[in-house]
Design a protein around this ligand. Sequence first.
Ligand SMILES: C[S@@+](CC[C@H](N)C(=O)[O-])C[C@H]1O[C@@H](n2cnc3c(N)ncnc32)[C@H](O)[C@@H]1O
Length: 236
Amino acid sequence: MSTQTQLVASLSSLRIGFLGKPMAAQRELHDFFFKEAKRKGYRSRAAYKLTEIDDKKHVLKKRDVVLDLGCAPGSWLQVISQRIGPRGKAIGVDLKAIDQTNLLENVVTIQEDVTALTPDTFGGDLFDVLLSDMAPNTTGVRTTDHYGSVRLCHCALDLATTLLKTHGNLVMKVLEGEAYPELLDRCSQMFAQSKGFKPKASRAISTEMFVVCLDRNEELQPPMQIAPAPPARGWQ
Ligand SMILES: C[S@@+](CC[C@H](N)C(=O)[O-])C[C@H]1O[C@@H](n2cnc3c(N)ncnc32)[C@H](O)[C@@H]1O
């Protein structure tokens, strides 16, 4: 039995055991991905989120040049590196330093705030795929965290206007909330397809979603000049 089949079989048996116990089930599923990630040498269970997104939506392909925004500790880079192959290239950016140990030769990392990135950072090179698993420092206040996350998404979309090739793909994490429809609207103006996706490795109780945008339109759109305005109440 292949590892993938074993994973699906394990998930199915877990779900049967979950009936009537949703919270316990979520904890078990979370532990399951955590243990699987450890066993396979992934730096975090987030690897399974990108694996599922790419298996279902076919975002990455061999030889792609990929920019991974908010890449630390590096489990997405591990997945990207395998999927694009030795002739592809992945560049990871994070505020935090990224441990280079065991990263393949097709991976380069930069310690930087993504808001400081410009086309010059990459010598004018363009990307086939932009990925963002960026999350703000969470406060526990849902509205604050939501708007923090949406700002990071608009930053990723701004970067897509100058760094993503025509027909390129973008996947970004967002914490859902009231500015989510407006974010999706902007995505649908920039890409032929854009849709929210919730991977199994993402906790059901979390507002975390991934917006999968495929096939960037030809015409460039100027970056947003102003970040979305937070509501008068609930914003801190
Ligand atoms: C959930 S982690 C990413 C996990 C990663 N995808 C992986 O698989 O290992 C979110 C990351 O986003 C980074 N981040 C948040 N805001 C950022 C910014 N403005 N510039 C660069 N990185 C940022 C954080 O430092 C954090 O490491």
